[in-house]
Design a protein around this ligand. Structure first.
Ligand SMILES: [Zn+2]
Length: 82
């Protein structure tokens, strides 16, 4: 069996929940695997660098949204552990 390397990045964001006003820390994470089907816009398999850049970009947008409107895990089921 072939195992593909998984690249996972996590980020911790703390803030005050806009619903329950409690101080909370939320961990957000995203991952991608390096494999022949995970291709970039040029049609080549994404490199580790490309994947890291994409994940960082994704997490940055998520983090930005959370900084504007922080909602803790209890008040929002969206950030449940996958
Ligand atoms: Zn809350």
């Amino acid at each position: 069996m072939v195992t593909f390397r998984e690249i996972k990045l996590t980020r911790k964001i703390s803030g005050k929940c806009s619903k329950c006003s409690k101080r909370r820390t939320i961990t957000i994470s995203e991952y991608q695997t390096i494999n022949q089907w995970n291709i970039n816009k040029d049609g080549f398999p994404k490199t580790e660098r490309e994947i890291v850049a994409e994940i960082n970009q994704y997490l940055l947008v998520l983090e930005d949204g959370l900084k504007r409107n922080f909602i803790c895990r209890t008040c929002n089921g969206l950030y449940k552990k996958r």
